[in-house]
Structures are given as C-alpha cells and as structure tokens.
Design a protein around this ligand. Sequence first.
Ligand code: ASP
Length: 223
Amino acid sequence: VLEKSQHVYFVGPGAEQFAASHGMMLIDNSELVLDRERERLMRAQARHSAGLADETFSGPEGVPGHILHDDKSPETAFPAELDSPGFGSHDTVGAVALDGRGNLAAATSTGGTLNKTPGRVGDSSLIGCGCYADNLAAAVSLTGWGEPIMKLVLGKWATDRVAGGTVPEIAAREAISYLYNRLGGHGGIILLGPDGRFGLAHNTPAMAWGLATPGGLQTGLSV
Ligand code: ASP
C-alpha cells in the first residue's frame, strides 16, 4: 500500500484484491480458525453468560495492579489458568523500528478481541490509535482493550508527547497512566523516538517484548 498505491488504507474484499493483484498469496480464512480459539471463545461466552468479569487485560483478581472498574469487557490476555510468566495469552504483535536514515516505522498485527460482536473494529489497524509513526515525533504500537485506546487516540497522544520533548521512557508510562486514569483501560505500549531512545510500559499482568540494537538482542516478559 505504501509503495504501490496513492491511498493509505484498504479494508475488506478490496484489500484482498489489492494484495492478490500485487502477487500476495491469499489463504482461506477458515485456515485461521483453531480449535484452541474455539475453546477459548466457548469459555469466554460461558463466563459472560454467568455474569463474570472478563479478566483478559486486567488479569485475575489478586494479581498486583488488578483493577476492578474497567469500562469495557476485556478479551484476549491471561485467562486465570495461564496467569504465570508464560505465553498463550493472546496474539497481538507490535513492532517499532528506526533505520540508519532516521526513518521511523510501526506495525501492529492482531486477531482482535475474544467474543467481540461481528463487525467490531479494534484499535490496532487504526492509524494514530494502536499504531502510528512520524519521523518528526516517534513510532508507537499498542496492545490492550481497543475501545479505550481508540477513544483516546492513544498512539498519537504518546507520539505528540515525544515531539513535545518528553523522553519515550516517560511518555510510554504516561500513556498507560492516561489510559487507566481516563477510562480504566488496560494495555501495553512500545514507543521509539527519532534518537533511538525507547519506552515500554503496560498495566496488564505482563507483556512480552524484544529489543534489537547494535549492541545485541534482549527479551523480557515484563517491565
Ligand atoms: N488491541 C486489540 C483490539 O482491541 C487487541 C489486542 O491488543 O490484543 O482489537
């Protein structure tokens, strides 16, 4: 889209046609449906019918930082049985990058949230919400409940702070505080400035991250 079109955003069948016309191999969407996810959906629907809170992003009660008054049912992270420093929570992957010529880029990929209403669009693909990059400001990718992130246009909010002089380490923490203080939201953020300084923050129970610099590779599960 960036290189072969005058547009910036394609969705639905037109996006598939565009991809196919540029040589991308398409698969049948049914290939993306896993038994594991069907089971998660059934568990989520049973919890919903029983009137239980969805603890996806906030984490189960008793986890440090657990918050009781989220404004929206979260969906995709850390079911109680997986609540250990481990994986299997959900599928959102974000990346931010800076090249040697000062170009910043961001990407966010997600399967969305569990048990969503058909037609629901999340923050991940929305420019300025779950994903944004500007060479004169910063690059950002977010995960978490999309609804509060969208209401706050949080990606742009965070990059504006970096453009205004706040270092990414601080701006990332401020963005997650803002998300929670304004709307009780839970999420995680990676934020990279034009000078290579970066920030990571989350108020979910954990967030896996990786870092590649000229100095080498580092990974972690929390910050
Ligand atoms: N932010 C995504 C959404 O709301 C979900 C996620 O990050 O896992 O669709």
